[in-house]
Design a binder for this molecule. Structure first.
Ligand code: MIC
Ligand code: SF4
Length: 641
């Protein structure tokens, strides 16, 4: 029996375990990336490991999230990361060079290699056939130190693309269709492997839009084969030597299979407040729009913005719309400037932002009260834009540009001939904003501003764990609920005590105060608890507040790993109906916790109701030991000793 592409790459990188879905494997990591809002924590953790230099083939530290410098904090973080990078052998991508995923795709990704990034959209590089996975900062720190990355061997889902896209329908519509069908938890425990004749009609940046937003499925990652289109992209990036052909064997088998007929796709739109709340654009056409934001790691490539420029050329943005555009990278930005497309965008009334995440993570451009905001981004979670009452919709660049002109949600097909953009023969290459590390790091002094505070480390697991249920939540709670991020909070990513006052506030604003008064306790969640970002702050802040365990119907992958790394128990109900047997305020007790954890079934006593509730933790023995040690850092230290 032949192998699929995922199996081939994993087999090539396998350090331990067997490639059977559901069992724990460890893989060698070739490259790592961090960004600044998770990077400070990742590098503090790397420093705590006491390793003199990274052991990967390449590690890059990007500055792209915290680029609004309203106070000293962000600039301090940048300085810290730059000096850490210098010292420990990491390439540093300066602010202004672009969004980590876009730049990594352009300049560093290599087909067939593995990439671990402290950002959930690391799978973007699956667009060139990398096995690219998002993880918490601590897991990335371990990989930088040469340790393998442990994960549950996912199922591989074959996504077969048939036919080709019609005019005005774009790669964004493909991933929105996958989300419509599978939902935000449909990819949990899976890797989405794209194949079929439709693949050859998609350029690398289009593929990257799809693998990027595969994160919203909850998937471990998504990947495309490496073919002639990949070669063409790498050649245009001046690095054809990085190309190798990669594809599944003809007779490869898969755990699941879905088929998407590209010819029948239409422009789609995700409605508030979830990326899987997808309908056809034509079904909600005419809704008035206040803001249009084009950019983010999903749709900010040269090809995307050239299409937007083509649509806007000679037109004017509607009087009641604010259009903001953030190019994905310096490469994209300079190319638009040199070929005149930037002038077309400015002339039409677009407000050009620097090439960074910007509004995608609420760093500026918060919409007006009750506004409708159309974005080419990947997430429209409640409150993420910075305006709680705003309704955010996710669309392709084509729909965004057309709607910006008409001032209402617009199906672009009525605009006549679609703009056509060819892959450039060669991209503009100038890596002058990538600073190589010092040859000898021992002399470099790491600069730590006052914003860099120590992070909390747990204690080994107690024999008896007790506390009250501080909050009971429903399904699909995101990390944007647990640890919100916006222009006011992102500057404090290296300051857990400060962040703790905002934990879970979008769900219940009394939570931080109550957690502090009671010295912590338990959280209860529904399905897919912790979906979204890789931010380990969504675990470190609850740890700081004394949260001992989260009992949920199911967890999102990265958040569950972050909870375990922090020594917080992520328990799932054996019988989901028991969700109804725990209420906020109930006092829970777990006795003989270590033996119970080892057995896999953890019986919780609900004192209020005088009943026992069975929960489970179906993870490897290694992870049980991580929890017993009180988190991954303690576990690593113990094992070293
Ligand atoms: C996001 O898109 O939510 C972020 C901001 O990029 C996060 C990382 C973070 O919270 O710093 C992610 O996707 O992992
Ligand atoms: Fe940045 Fe948004 Fe991409 Fe996250 S999703 S990396 S915030 S552009």
């Amino acid at each position: 029996m032949g192998k699929n592409l995922v199996q081939k790459i994993i087999e090539n990188h396998l350090v331990s375990g067997v490639m059977e879905p559901g069992s724990e494997i460890a893989i060698r990591i070739d490259q790592t990336l961090t960004q600044d809002s998770t990077g400070t924590m990742a590098y503090l953790q790397f420093e705590a490991m006491g390793i003199p230099r990274v052991k990967t083939k390449l590690s890059v530290a990007y500055i792209d999230h915290n680029t609004l410098q309203a106070g000293f904090e962000n600039a301090d973080d940048h300085k810290y990361i730059q000096t850490v990078a210098q010292k420990y052998g990491i390439y540093f991508s300066k602010p202004g060079n672009g969004i980590c995923h876009q730049v990594h795709l352009e300049r560093f990704g290599v087909p067939g290699w593995t990439l671990l990034g402290s950002d959930s959209h690391t799978p973007t590089c699956g667009g060139i056939g990398m096995l690219a996975i998002g993880a918490g900062g601590l897991d990335v720190a371990v990989a930088m130190g040469g340790g393998p990355y442990y994960l549950t061997m996912p199922k591989v889902c074959k996504v077969e693309l048939k036919g080709s896209l019609k005019p005005w329908v774009s790669a964004k519509d493909i991933i929105l269709e996958v989300l419509r069908r599978l939902s935000v938890k449909g990819g949990v425990g899976k890797i989405m492997e794209y194949c079929g004749e439709g693949v050859k009609h998609l350029s690398v940046p289009e593929r990257a839009t799809i693998t990027n937003m595969g994160a919203e499925l909850g998937a471990t990652t998504s990947i495309f084969p490496s073919d002639e289109r990949t070669r063409e992209f790498l050649r245009a990036q001046g690095r054809e030597e990085n190309w190798t052909p990669l594809a599944a064997d003809e007779d490869a088998s898969y755990d699941e299979h879905i088929i998407i007929d590209l010819d029948s796709l239409e422009p789609l739109i995700a409605q508030p407040h979830s990326p899987d709340n997808v309908v056809k654009v034509k079904d909600i056409e005419g809704l008035k729009v206040d803001q249009v934001a084009i950019g983010s790691c999903t749709n900010s490539s040269y090809m995307d913005l050239m299409k937007v420029a083509g649509i806007l050329k000679g037109k004017t943005v509607h009087p009641s719309v604010s259009l903001v555009i953030s190019p994905g990278s310096k490469q994209v930005y300079t190319m638009l400037a040199e070929n005149g497309a930037l002038a077309d965008l400015i002339d039409a009334g677009a407000r050009i932002l620097e090439c960074a995440c910007g509004p995608c993570i609420g760093m500026g451009q918060a919409p007006a009260t009750n506004a409708v905001s159309l974005r080419t981004f990947n997430r429209n979670f409640y409150g993420r834009s910075g305006t709680m009452s705003a309704d955010v919709y996710l669309v392709s660049p084509e729909v965004a540009a057309a709607s910006a002109v008409f001032g209402e949600i617009t199906d672009p097909r009525k605009l006549g001939a679609a703009p056509h953009v060819d892959m450039p023969q060669s991209f503009k290459i100038n890596d002058n904003l990538v600073i190589p590390p010092a040859e000898d790091g021992s002399k470099v002094e790491v600069v730590r501003g006052p914003n860099i505070k120590p992070f909390p480390i747990n204690k080994p697991l107690a024999e008896e764990i007790s506390g009250s249920v501080l909050l009971k939540m429903g399904d699909n709670i995101t990390t944007d609920h647990i640890m919100p991020s916006n222009a006011k909070l992102l500057p404090y990513r290296s300051n857990i005590p400060h962040l703790s006052d905002y934990c879970l506030v979008p769900v219940d604003e009394t939570f931080p105060k109550r957690a502090k008064e009671q010295g912590g306790g338990f959280l209860v969640g529904g399905h897919n608890y912790g979906q979204g970002s890789s931010r380990e702050h969504a675990a470190l802040v609850p740890l700081y507040l004394g949260i001992k365990g989260v009992v949920a119907k199911s967890f999102a992958r990265i958040h569950m790993a972050n909870l375990i790394n922090s020594g917080i128990l992520p328990l799932t109900f054996v019988d989901e109906r028991d969700y109804d047997n725990i209420q906020a305020g109930d006092r829970l007790v777990i006795r003989d916790s270590i033996n119970q954890l080892k057995s896999g079934i953890i019986r919780i006593y609900n004192q209020q109701k005088d009943i026992y509730i069975d929960t489970k933790l179906d993870v490897s023995e290694r992870l049980i030991n991580v929890l017993i040690a009180g988190g991954l850092l303690n576990f690593t230290k113990e094992n070293k000793a």
